[in-house]
Design a protein around this ligand. Sequence first.
Ligand SMILES: [Mn+2]
Length: 311
Amino acid sequence: MYKEAWDKITNARYTVIVSHIHPDGDTIGTTLALYNVLKELGKKVALFNATKDELPREFSFLDGYSKIQGKLPKFFDLLVCCDSASFDRLRVEKGDFEIVNIDHHKSNTNFGDINVVLKKASSAGIVLYKLLKANEINISKKTATALYTSIADDTGFFRYGNIDANTFDCVAALIRCGADPKNIADEVKSRQSLAKTRLIAYMLSNFKLYENATIASIVFDRSAMESTGAKQSDTKNIISMLRDIVNVKVALMILELDGHCKVSLRSDGKRDVSEISGLYGGGGHKGASGFNVNSSNPRVTCKEILDLLKR
Ligand SMILES: [Mn+2]
């Protein structure tokens, strides 16, 4: 599988590397790592993300970040995607090109011509690392930095997920290739936007508790977003601050968007919040899930989900 995938990648004339919509550090780090490798090998390669306006700024220190385009090239013969469980998360129309799918989601639909999918890996970064190692590809400092960032971001800087000794073996090897843990942590964690800080302030003064403080909820309606200047990407992960409150078992966030509401749930890992997202056609894991609800009233939606949680 590793050999076949790498042959396909090196034999392509023009490769487009695609990260999923509403990108996180795993998809950005992994796609940029692969971009750097292929550039160093002198390959013709481009980077695409369909929601380019929402690229998380905290990853702008990675080499290649500024090369991510919101438009696909007209002709290319290979598409490689990283960290995308399904093809529709790329917002690319099928065309006259082959697909290499590099991922770690349990729900991956194996939509590629070649699928390098390791369902137990803690991040797509681990999967790409293994693909490069298996093919004896040199890992430069730039590449190591991007891979380390993807692994660190997807495990909450080594707090959760499928972290095992293998994760740390990969991470140790990346540090030997030049990744600098302190510098990466500073870049990713210490450059929060003012708008996001204001949004957190709003959350901390407006969240509600239910059922003896075991459930916490926050609603970000349009006016909350406008008054803080925050964007959808600024809401990423902040709900975990509510879940981290002592006694809280489940945290709920509702974000009002155009004509619908985005619901995010986090649990202590014992209560399975993917059951509720399943009722609404969403996905996720036991401890973290999300879905959309057709609703123009975020408070009504919040009450509806709270009623389900209480039951
Ligand atoms: Mn991931």
